[in-house]
Design a binder for this molecule. Sequence first.
Ligand code: TPP
Length: 524
Amino acid sequence: MNGAQAVVQTLVGCGVTTCFANPGTSEMHFVAALDAVPEMRGVLCLFEGVATGAADGYGRMTGTPAATLLHLGPGLANGLANLHNARRGHTPLLAVVGDHATYHKRFDAPLESDVDALAWSVSGWVRRSARSEDAPADAVDAVAAALRPPGQVATLILPADVTWTDGAEPYVPRPFPLRRPSPVPDEQIARTVDALRGVGDAGRRTTILLGGAGLRRPAIEAASRIAARTGARVLAETFPARHERGAGIPNVDRLAYLVEFAAHQLADTSLLILAGASWPVSFFAYPGKPSTPLLPGAQVHVLAEPGDDVPGALAALADLAAPDAAPSVQAASRPDLPADGELTAESADTIIGALLPEGAIVSDEANTSGLWLPGATVGAPPHDWLSLTGGAIGQGLPLATGAAIACPDRPVLALEADGSAMYTASALWTHAREGLDITTVIYSNRAYAILNMELERTGAPVTGTTARDLLDLSRPDIDFTALAASMGVPATRATTTAEFASQLGRALAEPGPHLIEADVSPRG
Ligand SMILES: Cc1ncc(C[n+]2csc(CCOP(=O)(O)OP(=O)(O)O)c2C)c(N)n1
């Protein structure tokens, strides 16, 4: 067997069965190995940012890594932004990157670059295989590293001659060297109980901030029990990788994106308990505004780090602090369909809340147009919400791709702002090629709307029209229905609430990919 065949066989043996690929010449033996090992599903992505974002979506939904196949430094560089989002979301992900043959590197051929440096910028583990016979064991270490709690990007660099040289054997250790999340020590739980008891004076409050595995149903239920008994408030980190929500699950509001709003949410918080979440910080600095929404002097207590057993810690805390309390679950409720009229972001969000199917996976990159989504969907049937973990836009359509491949029996809804959609629009081609059940809604407001707001907030002096022009997506208007149709995704445009409701209902009822361009541009 050559190195590539042995690596692919090894990956399959380790449970890595999907590879999102955009290959080149140095990866041809890896590509050929996919024929030799049919258990590995190869998915062609037409841009590396689609491949990396899809692997992120897959990892978020399965908890196991998908592989990417990327072409040397430039291919990896094209995929970096979505690897950055995966890093922020603690997604288990295996980035396989091809490189020049070992003996060819010194010739400094045109595609030569510092692959390792690029890889380290987003990976918690990087290794370059030196010999074909070592590559399978390297692949095992890579998968184990990707799965190391709470999950991370592991990059395996495969020089071309390592993949083509014979003499390699697949290698799958039994048992697989899997690390489990660290249990939180009893003393730490007991200290948290004490901390909870210490707060309670008038006007002072405890907030439990959930993140990572803390936003899955059992953990949310435990946090809700604690809240019911102690009066603590429960909030979710601002951009969770995966948040289970909807009817029957306790509702957890997210900490706001804008630091002023987040500060308002935390205004009476004197104790913040972190359970799988990081310390809250402002997304950006602004002249004269604070970098954290926490009050000066507020105490921060870490119950569980992201790599700890966060649900276990919350359950243990609930058993001590609230032994007989029940979680307060969200009642089923849906907004009514709005009366017919002009479509706006708000009415589109309301319609999505009215129609969201049970078990849906929502890839949310709606940005400013999604302001009304949390309220509109709070009592919808149970669903998963995936958000923009690292702030690097262009994630939503790829993420939906990976989620749909991970969960073929669940409907996927990609809610996309138009500017963000254009970064990785070629994901639509993969939606069609793979026949994925993804309904994409494009909120076409023909602007980088959030940056119009940020222009004001930063106080940058605007003296002419050029600045605003750089934030405007008209002239020409983008025709998303033609764009989608050109890549094999049936598409419609809605300008009224009635059109949007009927098009969304139809798209959700029919299997396969669909796109609806929701015209929410300001009129008049
Ligand atoms: C990779 C990357 N490039 C650029 C940005 C800066 N940025 C933040 S929001 C934004 C525009 C968003 O526009 P759109 O997706 O249409 O959403 P809207 O603001 O209109 O709701 C840009 C360019 C970013 N966050 N990430």
